[in-house]
Design a protein around this ligand. Structure first.
Ligand code: SF4
Length: 443
């Protein structure tokens, strides 16, 4: 007599036991093997039932255990679809900080897509049609977006959408963020995260212990100052060597800062120097003359309006990345947790501010993609008009998709993917797999 495969028999017996628990009376079961066209009877004996109970127990205890370490240097990783999320080789480096042998293959994700959906008009309605989102205006379709192509959705002001859209976004783990009409980040739709509580416990431990947090925030701020220096070196027309030299000196001092207050003082000095030189990198006189330093809430000139919008959008993206890894975006190491503040996202954003947002603003102005007519200025502050928003989003998405070389692993990936790699590094540190943070820097 033909015997069923053990795993199949256990599965069928589990179904039978489940049905019995719900009041059904089942005398036996059979399995049809489509390939060989054979029907095999399964006897749900006491021994098989015991195996089912034991298997369920084993699965439960496996789920309760902390996530296992990645397989280091294992050939199975080459064919694993989880490779871009698991990052086994990178994790080994972060843990042991051993010199890498050879070049790592870039952990490129197939999913999700690269489309960023930005809705700013209050008269646009977003609805679900099957596995696509359809934007309509006054009942007429404006555009259709297959869900697998979308990476994130940003809703500004009073754009409308249905509950089905929310469910679809949750099913596909899409980052859906909400902003005020002026661009203030309000919050995001939260989905289930991939990891358990272990990383979050570690994060709170680091946040409560300044001696653990200090080396990490030192590296983040040193990375930010290095990137600010690079931006000035690349773009300044009348470069002052004393400024770039002082930034270099501040970067070194940051690496030896004794405490958080000392670190914030050095970071503030670097920011003041950097933004004092910022007009020098802008080629349109209108913008460089109006910018007299960083101001916000509300921004008082067009450059600050673009910087504020960019930092807002970037922090929402990083919040989404942190939350998807199981980290708490509101519990930071450098930025003090406060109501409505994504403190961890702000920490992680430090090294990316010059590389992404400042760079987008410089490119918008220097390529003449924005003009004074794209802004509105009032006694309450300065904001972008619809044409300015459109130009900003084009440049922002272009920058996020631009590839850059990783300073440690040397492979090229988009800035968007680099955010995920850096967040994964922090996640590993919080889980106890490493204690040194390597910031994202460019030359
Ligand atoms: S990539 Fe990660 S999940 Fe996949 S086989 Fe390797 S260690 Fe396991």
């Amino acid at each position: 007599m033909l015997q069923p495969r053990e795993a199949d028999a256990v599965q069928l017996c589990a179904y039978v036991m489940l049905a019995e628990k719900n009041g059904w009376r089942i005398s036996g079961g059979s399995i049809y093997y489509a390939e060989t066209k054979q029907i095999v009877e399964v006897d749900c004996s006491d021994t098989l039932r015991e195996t089912v109970r034991r298997t369920i127990q084993e699965v439960r205890s496996a789920i309760a255990r902390p996530m296992p370490e990645p397989l280091y240097g294992d050939v199975r990783c080459l064919y694993c679809s989880l490779y871009p999320v698991c990052l086994p080789e990178e994790s080994l480096f972060w843990k042991r900080q051993k010199k890498l042998s050879g070049t790592l293959r870039p952990p490129v994700c197939e999913e999700p897509g690269d489309e960023v959906l930005v809705i700013q008009s209050p008269d646009v309605y977003l609805a679900r049609r099957g596995e696509s989102l359809v934007a309509t205006r006054k009942g007429k379709p404006v555009s259709t977006h297959p869900i697998h192509r979308i990476r994130s959705i940003h809703l500004f002001g009073g754009a409308q959408f249905s509950t089905q859209v929310l469910q679809l976004c949750l099913e596909h783990h899409l980052n859906l963020s909400f902003f005020s009409p002026a661009g203030k980040y309000l919050g995001r739709l939260d989905t289930l995260s991939i990891s358990g509580l272990d990383s979050r416990h570690g994060q709170y431990r680091y946040a409560e212990n300044p001696s653990l947090a200090l080396p990490i925030i030192r590296s983040m701020i040193a990375g930010k100052i290095q990137n600010q220096r690079t931006i000035l070196l690349r773009n300044s027309r009348n470069r002052s060597d004393s400024v770039v030299d002082e930034l270099q000196c501040l970067r070194k001092k940051v690496l030896h800062a004794e405490n958080r207050e000392n670190l914030l003082g050095l970071e503030g000095r670097a920011a003041a120097l950097y933004f004092a030189s910022f007009p020098d990198v802008l080629k349109q006189q209108f913008f460089s003359e109006r910018f007299t330093g960083r101001n916000r809430r509300p921004p008082r000139d067009p450059v600050n309006a673009m910087l504020s919008l960019g930092y807002s959008v970037l922090s929402s993206e990083i919040s989404g990345v942190c939350a998807s890894l199981g980290l708490d975006p509101s519990c930071g190491l450098l930025h003090v947790p406060r109501f409505g503040r994504a403190a961890l996202a702000l920490d992680l954003m430090e090294e990316f501010r010059p590389l992404i947002v400042d760079s987008v603003v410089i490119s918008l102005i220097n390529r003449n993609e924005v003009s004074p007519n794209d802004f509105v200025e009032a006694s309450t502050g300065c904001g972008l008009l619809r044409s300015g928003h459109r130009a900003f989003w084009n440049a922002y998405v272009r920058r996020m998709n631009e590839e850059v070389s990783h300073p440690v692993f040397h492979y090229r990936l988009s800035y968007r993917r680099m955010l995920e790699i850096q967040a994964a590094q922090l996640w590993r540190i919080f889980r106890g797999d490493g204690n040194r943070y390597f910031p994202m820097t460019t030359r």
